[in-house]
Design a protein around this ligand. Structure first.
Ligand code: AMP
Ligand code: MG
Length: 354
């Protein structure tokens, strides 16, 4: 099935059997230097041939992405790693065996073949092997490694459905492959393997607990939460405005009952001022609030559901046209660390600890 939106081809693919003419067409677009958005198990990615500097430069233009924020290179198999990584230390090898294909990006020294447009001049490159059948089939059919950041306009919440990609990028890219909703919902974990112990640059789909169980200690990048003023981030992407819905978001964090009380107080105050208030909470808290719009984003008892619905919920507040969003914090255990990292950054410093 094919559909043209503002000049961008939207091709529907069957995620269970991604082998049709749509996939071959998208692969051809990649090979000839074009841009293709495609589903992965984390969020939708915006891909270009990673070995073609000019094609990669188009990604930055389409997204409005800052020029110093490097891209992750996606590969379909382990053999392709040696084309882009100059060295693969034993711990990196071990992590690939355990977590690939899956939501883990490893930063390794790059080969000369990787153009500077991908790494923004860094001598290292982030590499991952996605597990989504459409992503894998596309990369394999293209026959080249695929550089791909999230397929959103820079600064907006990452896309977890083709509709989100169309909202942000229709008219700015060649093809959008619609393979349904993504699964994990937050981006990959980024781990710097050029140092030992490795450093966590971004929490994501693979948890710190899973990493340390496999390879021992992992250091957390101090600037990771974006909360350390003056600290130079090692992962350039961490310093930019991110995941922002249109209305300002205030993150309230602390023990559940105190958090709920604070959100109730703030909601009351803002509504007294005539502002339209949105509350973003987990299912367990739904009954604790009154506001103009209350959106649940999963259950505290199953933190993966929080990750899965996080970005779609942030985008939904735009449609409800609220003036301010009050968001509940969650535990940072497991995938919760990635959820809190995205909420902190969506809040851009507006965090209330109770
Ligand atoms: P995105 O493509 O939007 O998922 O963002 C990719 C993330 O990976 C950004 O936070 C980048 O800063 C980070 N990243 C990619 N390549 C490298 C690298 N070579 N060194 C450090 N961080 C990287
Ligand atoms: Mg992104």
């Amino acid at each position: 099935m094919e559909n043209l939106v503002k000049g961008t081809k939207v091709l529907v693919v069957d995620a269970a059997h991604p082998d049709g003419a749509e996939l071959a067409e998208a692969a051809q677009v990649l090979r000839s230097g074009g841009l293709v958005a495609f589903p992965t198990e984390t969020v939708y990615g915006l891909g270009a041939n990673a070995l073609d500097g000019q094609a990669v430069a188009r990604i930055f233009a389409a997204k409005g992405r800052p020029q110093d924020n490097p891209l992750i290179v996606h590969v379909a198999d382990r053999e392709a790693v040696s084309q882009v990584a100059a060295v693969v230390p034993p711990k990196a090898q071990q992590l690939m065996e355990r977590f690939w294909p899956g939501p883990l990006t490893l930063v390794l020294p790059k080969t000369p073949e990787v153009p500077e447009e991908v790494t923004c001049g860094l001598q290292s490159v982030g590499i991952r092997m996605p597990s989504h059948p459409v992503a894998r089939a596309l990369i394999r059919a293209a026959g080249v490694p695929v550089a791909a950041p999230s397929a959103n306009l820079s600064g907006r919440p990452s896309p977890t459905s083709a509709e989100h990609v169309i909202e942000d990028l229709a008219g700015r890219v060649d093809v959008i492959l619609d393979g349904g909703e993504t699964g994990v919902g937050v981006e990959s974990t980024v781990l710097d393997m050029t140092v030992d112990p490795p450093v966590l640059l971004r929490p994501g789909g693979v948890t710190v607990e899973q990493l340390t169980a496999e390879i021992g200690p992992v250091n957390l990048d101090k600037a990771m939460a974006g909360a350390a003023p003056g600290e130079k981030p090692r992962s350039p992407g961490m310093k930019y405005k991110h995941y922002a819905p249109k209305a300002p978001l205030i993150l309230v964090d602390g023990p559940v009952l105190a958090m709920q009380a604070k959100i109730r107080d703030l909601s009351y105050e803002y509504r007294e001022e005539g502002r339209r208030v949105g509350i973003m909470c987990c299912a367990e808290s739904r009954g604790a609030y009154q506001a103009d719009v209350i959106l649940e984003y999963g259950s505290r008892a199953q933190p993966e559901t929080l990750a899965c619905d996080l970005f779609a919920t942030l985008r939904a507040f735009d449609r409800h046209q609220v003036d301010v969003i009050l968001a509940e914090g969650v535990s940072t255990a497991g995938i919760g660390l990635a959820v809190m990292n995205r909420l902190m950054r969506a809040a851009a410093g507006r965090v209330v600890h109770v």
